[in-house]
Design a protein around this ligand. Structure first.
Ligand SMILES: [Zn+2]
Length: 63
C-alpha cells in the first residue's frame, strides 16, 4: 500500500512554507519538485533515520 506523508518545508528560493507529499514506500529518494509559490525547481532529498522517521531536505538546484 502506498502511503503519502504530508510535510511542510521551506522553499530554498523564496522562503515560503510549502506542502510536500512524500511517498514513503521508497526510503531513499532524490527528485526535483517545482515550488508551488515561485515555480523554481527544488531538489527534494528524502531519507529515513534510524528510528524510521522521514528526513526531508530541500536544496536549490545550483547548490
Ligand atoms: Zn519557492
Amino acid at each position: 500500500m502506498r502511503e503519502l506523508t504530508e510535510t511542510k518545508q521551506q522553499c530554498p528560493y523564496c522562503g515560503e512554507i510549502i506542502d510536500l507529499l512524500i511517498d514513503d514506500s521508497e526510503p531513499e529518494q532524490n527528485y526535483i519538485e517545482d515550488c508551488s509559490v515561485c515555480c523554481q525547481p527544488i531538489v527534494v532529498d528524502v531519507s529515513v533515520d534510524i528510528e524510521g522517521d522521514l528526513l526531508v531536505c530541500l536544496y536549490s538546484e545550483n547548490e
